[in-house]
Design a protein around this ligand. Structure first.
Ligand SMILES: Cc1cc2nc3c(=O)[nH]c(=O)nc-3n(C[C@H](O)[C@H](O)[C@H](O)COP(=O)(O)OP(=O)(O)OC[C@H]3O[C@@H](n4cnc5c(N)ncnc54)[C@H](O)[C@@H]3O)c2cc1C
Length: 361
């Protein structure tokens, strides 16, 4: 495989997209990636296949040539529009993510554990999440239903003070500090939620989709970033094998990832829908006093199967999660060993991204 590099991909990782690109680049070390436009100052406009090469054209008129291209360009992917013109548009889930950040002098919630965890508050209907962010600011988030375009536009464009009034009305009487977080919000975030339940293909020739470009999901799944990073880990590993053509690595990647990704997209969509169903007082009492205490252990285990971050915590199960359905004849021990190998390689790749090689042997 000819080694080519896209210039300008030298900056450190700052967000998931950077991490995805950097894991791929560090793991493989060859090929062209669609970079973050702020990173190289260019946005991808079009792609062409010429013989065994991929030619990427950017909006500023410049081009880059590579042996293959990984489209890690998000839910409204330009690479996907090129690859699958009929499937370019993501599904509108009719949910809008609403949230905000509070003033720096926001008085922390009474429970000190809230400072080091994500807290989700459930009511008869809807949910409300909050946490202290890395920079010390308190932030919160929720999803609102926008059953038609007009409702969505209204939520996305109404004045901040009107939105605050809406949120205060919705969460009136909820436990501390829900109302206080809304009252003290100084910076608002609003995002329409789109997802991709199923694409007919994840790759075409030497062009591959990863992350949200292939399987965007509602944040109600809490897994979009993790799946994007898992994609990067696995593809970097598969593509690093020089004995196989890159398209073979792409096919194997898709075969291993599809089942897990599509299941999590569906779960995220269902999570959103569930919060729209209002529970009566008896159903709420049963949920809070009977179901949760009895089933908390099982719920925790089910969540761990999806959300645990390290393959080594539960190698057998995690091996299946990371790599999709096990291939025919794969022994669990072999899968576990492969999962460990993926994470080991990734740690090395990330170490190379973040620090001098000498300090991360
Ligand atoms: C409101 C909200 C809350 C979320 N909360 C969570 C959460 O709690 N947990 C979680 O795991 N996930 C969450 N997610 C999902 C998570 O952010 C995504 O799954 C993750 O960022 C996907 O990473 P990615 O690299 O595939 O795409 P992205 O992070 O979207 O990166 C794509 C990049 O490609 C660039 N790009 C786009 N088009 C072009 C072009 N033509 N040329 C060049 N560059 C281009 C974009 O500028 C962008 O930087 C949330 C998402 C939203 C919207």
């Amino acid at each position: 495989m000819t080694q080519r590099r896209v210039p300008g991909l030298e900056s450190p990782a700052h967000c998931v997209h950077y991490q995805v690109a950097e894991i791929l680049r560090a793991g493989i070390g060859v090929g062209a990636f669609v970079p973050h436009h702020r990173d190289v100052g260019r946005r991808l406009r079009d792609l062409h296949l010429a013989g065994s090469e991929v030619i990427a054209t950017f909006e500023d008129g410049t081009t880059e040539v590579g042996d293959f291209l990984v489209g890690a360009d998000g839910v409204h992917s330009r690479v996907r529009a090129w690859m699958l013109p009929g499937e370019a548009a993501a599904r509108d889930t009719q949910m809008v993510s609403i949230g905000g950040f509070c003033a720096r002098d926001f008085a922390p919630p009474a429970d000190p554990r809230d400072a080091t965890r994500l807290t989700f508050v459930v009511g008869p209907k809807y949910q409300f999440g909050y946490s202290r962010m890395n920079d010390g600011l308190w932030g919160w988030w929720c999803h609102a239903h926008a059953p038609n375009e007009a409702a969505g536009t209204k939520l996305l464009t109404m004045a901040s003070e009107d939105l605050r009034a809406c949120m205060l009305e919705r969460y009136a009487g909820w436990s501390e500090p829900v109302e206080r977080l809304i009252r003290d919000t100084v910076s608002w975030l609003r995002t329409p939620i789109h997802d991709l339940p199923h694409l007919s293909a994840w790759h075409k020739g030497p062009v591959l989709l990863v992350g949200d470009a292939a399987h965007a999901m509602s944040p109600a799944g809490g897994q979009g970033a993790s799946l994007a990073l898992e994609d990067a880990m696995l593809f970097a590993k598969l593509a690093a094998d020089p004995s196989r053509p890159i398209e073979d690595a792409m096919s194997r990647f898709e075969a291993r990832r599809r089942a897990r990704a599509e299941a999590v997209v569906a779960q995220a969509y269902a999570n959103d829908r569930r919060t729209l169903q209002a529970l009566g007082p008896v159903a709420m009492w049963t949920r809070d006093r009977v179901m949760m205490p009895i089933f908390a252990r099982f719920i925790e285990k089910a969540l761990n199967d999806v959300y645990s971050s390290a393959a080594c915590l539960s190698p057998r199960r995690r091996a299946r999660d990371v790599m999709g359905s096990p291939t025919a004849g794969s022994h669990p021990a072999a899968l576990a060993s492969e999962a460990r190998e993926i994470t080991r390689g990734t740690r090395a790749a990330v170490a190379r991204v973040h620090g001098p090689a000498s300090s991360h042997p």
